[in-house]
Design a protein around this ligand. Structure first.
Ligand code: NAD
Length: 341
């Protein structure tokens, strides 16, 4: 077997460490880039047979055409969501596309719940105060989650874990999914309902669907108007599930109790970067950061040791499988597996 040259885009130290740990240099020659993949940067994959990309890389048709002309054969996503890849164009160009469909639903669901708890009990504000020797409790009143109703929008791998954790807190859980799993719901005391009822009857709403044309801006002005005053909204899935302009309007009106975001519509080029000391150019993000009841993390819900190890294991297995003509791991391929040359 020859060494597989693989161009890895948008890498940070934790990506490099976990990928290198899982495989010998004789099998994969990692070419780590710290910039993102796009049509403009595709040329940096020259000489690579595979590219490995993450959530904010843009593998659109022009980018894929450029990669194919360079001799790239395989796009290996090291994440679950694949809204950044034009899979149809890749298939037409004979490029295999794989992803890591599940690495740790616990990591992502636990982060959603961490945002909820921190928002409701105002932990960041409380901690900042205490560090400033301000031990007053004014303005820090939260509410018991026990006995309240949570709405889980999307009961796939992550949504289910989130629902089960919230059931553990003694919450009622309503859920909506295009493909409900009634057996799971019965087992965990979860009740499926329609999207409108879910929006209007919950104190907490957590989004767990992928970003698709159907779910784009699923939270917009009309949806926000359905929500009970004081609702806490959590999004750890994809930023564009929420219309940010409408969200800011709802926050300004004071109707929302809190918003916890690990993803943001325009996060590309901002999240994952250290921009401290620079002037933030995104006015909507700047506005969001002024609300005392908004908590934002920069797409870190996946960031646990277990998730990173699993991402590396599956990505490496797919890269080697393709290079040696073996089948990909079950559930990882997004198009028919072309044969390597
Ligand atoms: P999954 O495929 O297991 O579940 C998604 C669920 O959404 C499915 O049950 C599906 O039927 C449902 N769904 C799809 N379209 C729908 C629609 N229009 N209306 C209602 N339900 C719909 O996916 P998962 O592993 O649970 O991941 C969910 C999403 O979380 C991913 O697509 C990704 O965008 C996001 N994610 C974020 C992070 C992070 O670090 N913040 C990490 C991993 C995944």
């Amino acid at each position: 077997m020859t060494t597989l040259p693989t161009a890895v885009f948008d890498t940070k130290s934790y990506d490099r460490e976990s990928l290198q740990r899982g495989v010998s240099n004789a099998e994969i020659e990692w070419r780590f880039m710290d910039w993102r993949l796009s049509a403009e940067t595709a040329a940096s994959a020259s000489g690579a047979r595979a590219v490995c990309i993450f959530v904010n890389d843009r593998a659109d048709r022009p980018c894929l055409e450029a990669l194919a002309s360079l001799g790239v054969k395989h796009i290996a996503l090291r994440c679950a969501g694949y809204n950044g890849v034009d899979v149809e164009a890749a298939t037409e160009l004979g490029l295999a596309v794989t992803r890591v469909p599940a690495y740790s639903p616990y990591a992502v669901a636990e982060h959603a719940v961490a945002l909820l708890l921190a928002l409701n009990r105002k932990i960041p504000r409380a901690s900042n105060r205490v560090h400033d020797l301000n031990f007053s409790l004014n303005g820090l009143v939260g509410f018991d989650l026990h006995g309240k109703t949570a709405g889980i929008f999307g009961t796939g791998k992550i949504g289910r874990v989130a629902a089960q954790i919230l059931r553990g807190f003694g919450m009622q859980v309503l859920a909506f999914d295009l493909f409900p799993s009634h057996e799971w719901a019965k087992q965990h005391g979860v009740e499926y309902t329609d999207a409108r009822t879910l929006a209007g009857q919950c104190e907490v709403i957590s989004l767990h669907t992928p970003l698709t044309p159907e779910t784009y801006h699923i939270i917009r002005r009309e949806t926000l108007e359905l929500m009970k005053p004081g609702t806490i909204l959590i999004n750890v899935s994809r930023g564009a599930l929420i219309d940010t302009t409408a969200l800011i309007e709802a926050l300004k009106s004071g109707r929302l109790g809190g918003v916890g975001l690990d993803v943001y519509e325009e996060e590309e080029g901002v999240f994952f970067e250290d921009l401290s000391g620079q002037i933030l150019q995104d006015d909507e993000l700047a506005r969001l950061l002024t609300f005392p009841n908004v908590l934002i993390t920069a797409h870190q819900a996946f960031l646990t040791q277990e998730a990173l190890s699993e991402i590396a294991r599956v990505t490496v297995a797919n890269l080697i499988a393709f290079d040696t003509g073996q089948p990909f791991l079950a559930g990882t391929t997004l198009n028919a597996q072309p044969q390597p040359e």
